[in-house]
Design a binder for this molecule. Structure first.
Ligand code: ADP
Length: 402
C-alpha cells in the first residue's frame, strides 16, 4: 500500500511517500517559501542524492503539483502514475474535543477541522490548504485521512483535562486541556511496548517528547491519561523559546506594572523565554549544552531549570499510573542528548532509577538505557510522526473499505 504523507504549513510543505508493505520511505521532500518570489523544492529519492531546485511556488496547489510531478518523474520518480497513490495522510494539528481519533477527511469532518481553526489559527488553516489542494489534484476515489496532534489525548479523564477555573470557562468557553504531540507520544509508546513484548493495550509509562516544543505524557493501558501541554502550547516544561509553567500572577504583573499588552506578552512567553530566555544564547539545546560545558553560567541555569522541570513532570505524571513499564525519551533532545537523559535520571532516584552508562550513549535506536537493577526501565525510541501518520492512514482506509 502506497501512502503519501503531507505536513502542510503556512509557507512550507513537508512530504514523505511510503510503501507500507515494507514501511520504506520511497521518497521525501520539502517545499519552502511558498508564495514568495524565490521558492525552494528539496526532493530525495531513496538511495539517491538530494535534488534542490529554486523555483517560484505560487501557492499550496502549485507546490503539491510539483510534488506529484516529482514522484511520477521518469528519471527520479518512484511511481508511473498518480493513481498508484492508495491514500493520503495529512497532519492536522487541532481536532478540538469532537475529533477523538484519526478521520477520513470528508465534507463533515473537514467542517469540524475548519471550526477547530479558532483553537489553532496558525496551524489548522495551512494544514487544510494542503488537503483541499491535493483533493483537487488527485482522483476523488483516493481517500484522505486527517491525523491530529490532539487526538491521542482525547482519552484523558476529566480530572486531567478540566482546569480549576470557574466551571463555566469549560462549559461556556470550551477552555480545557487538549494536549499536543499526540502522534509522537502514541508512536513511541507503541514502539516501546513492541520492543518490550508488551501488548500496546497493556502498556503503561511516561513518554518524554523533547524537541523545540516539548511535552510529557502519561500513558495507561495504551491510552493517554494526562499530558503537560494544555489548552495551548505554552505550559509544561520549558521549551526552545517558550517558558512552560510559571505563575499566572506574573502575567498580571506584566500587564499592570510593565504595561505590556497581549501581543507583547505572547512575544515574551512564546518567543523570548525557555532555553533562549534563560541562557541568552540560543533556543537550540546543542548550543546551550556546549556553552554550559565551556562554563557559561546562564546556559547552565537553563539546563538546570529544564532538567529539574522534566524530572518533576515525570514524577507528577506517574500519579496517573499503577505501573511504569518504561519512561521513554524521544525527539531531538530526548533522542540525542545522553547528558540530558543522565541529568533527568538523577532526578528520579526516588524511583530507584539507575542508568546503563554505555547504552545511554547510543543514538537513533530503540533501546533500554537503564541498568538491569534499575527501579524503573528507561528507554530511548526515535520518533517518526510521518510513519505514524502513514500507519493511521492505512488503519482508517482499511476500516472504510471493509
Ligand atoms: P521540532 O520540535 O522542531 O521537531 P526536534 O525534535 O528536531 O524539533 O528537536 C530540536 C531540538 O533537538 C533542538 O533543541 C536541538 O538542539 C536538539 N538536538 C538535536 N540534535 C541534538 C544533539 N545531538 N544533542 C543535543 N540536542 C540535540
Amino acid at each position: 500500500m502506497k501512502i503519501l504523507v503531507i505536513n502542510s504549513g503556512s509557507s512550507s510543505i513537508k512530504f514523505q511517500f511510503f510503501d507500507l508493505d515494507t514501511e520504506e520511505v520511497l521518497c521525501k521532500g520539502l517545499l519552502e517559501r511558498i508564495g514568495q518570489d524565490e521558492g525552494i523544492f528539496n526532493y530525495t529519492k531513496k538511495d539517491e542524492e538530494k535534488i534542490v531546485k529554486n523555483i517560484p511556488i505560487e501557492d499550496h496547489k502549485d507546490g503539491l503539483e510539483l510534488v506529484l510531478e516529482a514522484i511520477t518523474d521518469n528519471e527520479h520518480g518512484v511511481i508511473n502514475s498518480i493513481n498508484e497513490i492508495d491514500a493520503v495522510g495529512h497532519r492536522i494539528v487541532h481536532g478540538g474535543d469532537r475529533i477523538t481519533d484519526s478521520v477520513i477527511l470528508n465534507e463533515e469532518s473537514l467542517k469540524i477541522c475548519e471550526e477547530c481553526s479558532v483553537l489553532a489559527p496558525l496551524h489548522n488553516p495551512p494544514n487544510l490548504m494542503g488537503v483541499y489542494a491535493l483533493k483537487e489534484l488527485l482522483d476523488e476515489k483516493i481517500p484522505h485521512v486527517g491525523v491530529f496532534d490532539t487526538a491521542f489525548h482525547a482519552t484523558m479523564p476529566e480530572e486531567s483535562f478540566i482546569y480549576p477555573l470557574p466551571y463555566a470557562m469549560y462549559t461556556e468557553h470550551g477552555i480545557r486541556r487538549f494536549g499536543f504531540h499526540g502522534t509522537s507520544h502514541k508512536y513511541v509508546a507503541m514502539k516501546a511496548a513492541e520492543h518490550l513484548g508488551i501488548p500496546f493495550e497493556k502498556f503503561s509509562g511516561i513518554t518524554v517528547h523533547l524537541g523545540n516544543g516539548s511535552s510529557i505524557t502519561a500513558v495507561r493501558d495504551g491510552k493517554s491519561v494526562d499530558t503537560s501541554l494544555g489548552y495551548g502550547t505554552m505550559c509544561g516544561v520549558p521549551m526552545g523559546t517558550r517558558a512552560g509553567d510559571f505563575d499566572p500572577a506574573i502575567i498580571l504583573y506584566m500587564i499592570e506594572k510593565l504595561g505590556l499588552d497581549a501581543k507583547d506578552i505572547n512575544g515574551t512567553i512564546y518567543k523570548a523565554s525557555g532555553l533562549l530566555g534563560l541562557s541568552g544564547i540560543s533556543s537550540d539545546y546543542r548550543d546551550v549544552e556546549s556553552a554550559a560545558r565551556e562554563g557559561h553560567g546562564r546556559a547552565q541555569i537553563a539546563i538546570d531549570v529544564l532538567t529539574h522541570s522534566i524530572g518533576k513532570y515525570i514524577l507528577a505524571l506517574s500519579a496517573n499510573l499503577d505501573k511504569i513499564d518504561a519512561v521513554v525519551f524521544t525527539a531531538g533532545i530526548g533522542e540525542n542528548s545522553a547528558s540530558l537523559r543522565k541529568l533527568v535520571c538523577n532526578k528520579l532516584k526516588v524511583l530507584g532509577v539507575k542508568l546503563d552508562e554505555t547504552e545511554n550513549l547510543k543514538r537513533g535506536v530503540t533501546t533500554v538505557i537503564s541498568s538491569v537493577d534499575s527501579g524503573v526501565r528507561i528507554m530511548t525510541v526515535p520518533t517518526n510522526e510521518e510513519l505514524m501518520i502513514a500507519l493511521e492512514t492505512k488503519r482508517l482506509t482499511k476500516k472504510s473499505v471493509s
